[in-house]
Write a protein that binds this ligand. Structure first.
Ligand SMILES: *Cc1c(COP(=O)(O)O)cnc(C)c1O
Length: 384
């Protein structure tokens, strides 16, 4: 089977550096909040241009830290796209606020500003306080922040960008990490920039908020005296070992982003005639966390099975929009149905995507995809 994501090739490039970094940490012994943690935070800030970076335990905790810092809780409505990974909604539900599901746009798959306006009206009609919005930069492309920010400002909403998939990308020449008051990301191994375990970060321009986040990350400790607990916090730190791994991976990241773009361009050239290839807005650069096609929903299952027979993996991100998931279906939606989220769940298909996908392997994937599609089409025609 061709790997869907290949982490081994990258590791070969930096294995000696990673081993040396591990040895340094074994020697200095600062496993928690060691010097590598602070070095990584400084490097991430300079990479994306954010004023402040707070590393943390994972991308989910990054979202929670910001929600806690903003005192979001019961009675608050938080708006987020239904077509996303469950963590974006889970954090809101866990702190007792109300999730309001918003529809997405059919081309970028990102939150639809018009649907957000309807969601805000819906929240007010339900007697909830519209608190904030979590745009998700799905599959690596930033949401349309220039359209979202004026809506948020008009209604007094905070904006937290869930950039778990898009860190490294750009939007109209600005880097992801600086597009909202706060941005969160994940360093889960399969993300475009991943460590060898769990990790995450918050980026912010707001120094006062940074102080609160630092305290919340370590049990709500005081900024002066760590045994004075001035708020209820979390254990939300990133391990020193993971920070050291990320420092080595960050060094390769700019080159890998270029390689990802090359892979995406080759896919789109090879597949544009047979499927709806991804749309990236002008002046935006995706990190290509996923390369996702739109295909005929009736044929998707057959196509996936045929690809598998040819040892080509394909994955559905995401098979069910969150407003139809058992755990979330009781939360309100902006409108009675969210037609785009519902349609996308039926027609998306993601293909193997990573910086080290060589041309030969990729050509085989493209050629096989086209052949499989012809076979499945013939089968459907003969069925009438
Ligand atoms: C991966 C992901 C998260 C969660 O990140 P973890 O590090 O796994 O907790 C949140 N939101 C989105 C959109 C993600 O893709």
């Amino acid at each position: 089977m061709i790997p869907f994501i290949d982490l081994a090739t990258q590791q070969k490039r930096i294995r000696p550096q990673i081993e040396a970094a591990m040895v340094r940490i074994l020697d200095h012994g600062a496993y928690i909040m060691g010097p590598e943690v602070y070095a990584l935070e400084a490097q991430l800030s300079s990479f994306c241009g954010a004023q402040h970076t707070l590393s943390c335990s994972n991308g989910t905790d990054a979202l929670t830290l910001v929600l806690r810092a903003k005192n979001v809780g019961p009675g608050d409505a938080v708006f987020l796209p239904s077509f996303t990974f469950a963590a974006t909604a889970g954090v809101v539900a866990l702190i007792g606020a109300t999730v309001i599901f918003i529809d997405v746009l059919p081309d970028t798959f990102n939150i639809d500003p018009m649907s957000l306006v309807k969601g805000i009206e819906k929240a007010k009609a339900l007697g909830l306080h519209p608190s904030g919005v979590i745009p998700v930069d799905l599959f690596g492309q930033a949401a349309d922040y220039d359209a979202l920010t004026p809506i948020a400002e008009k209604h007094g909403l905070w904006v937290m960008a869930d950039a778990a998939q898009s860190f490294g990308g750009t939007y109209k020449g600005r880097k992801v990490g600086t597009l909202a008051e706060t941005t969160t990301t994940s360093f889960f191994p399969a993300k475009p920039l991943g460590c060898y375990g769990d990790g995450g970060a918050v980026f912010t321009e707001n120094s006062a908020l940074l102080n609160i986040l630092q305290s919340l990350r370590i049990h709500g400790q005081g900024n002066e005296d760590k045994y004075k607990n001035i708020r209820i916090g979390m254990n939300g730190r990133m391990d020193t070992l993971q920070a050291a791994i990320l420092i080595e991976k960050l060094a390769l990241f700019p080159e890998e982003l270029t390689l990802r773009q090359t892979v995406a361009d080759r896919y789109s050239q090879g597949l544009a005639d047979v499927a709806t290839t991804p749309f990236v807005a002008q002046e935006c650069q995706s990190t290509w966390a996923q390369y996702t096609l739109k295909i005929d929903p009736a044929k998707r299952k057959d196509i996936m099975e045929e690809l598998k027979k040819e040892e080509i993996p394909s994955v559905i991100y995401y098979p069910l929009p969150l407003h139809h998931q058992q755990a979330y279906k009781h939360y309100p939606c902006a409108t009675s149905t969210l037609p785009v989220s519902e349609e996308l769940a039926n027609c998306v298909l993601s293909l193997p995507m990573h910086p080290y996908l060589d041309e030969e392997t990729q050509d085989r994937i493209i050629k096989t995809f086209c052949e499989v599609l012809t076979r499945v089409n013939t089968k459907f025609q003969s069925k009438g």
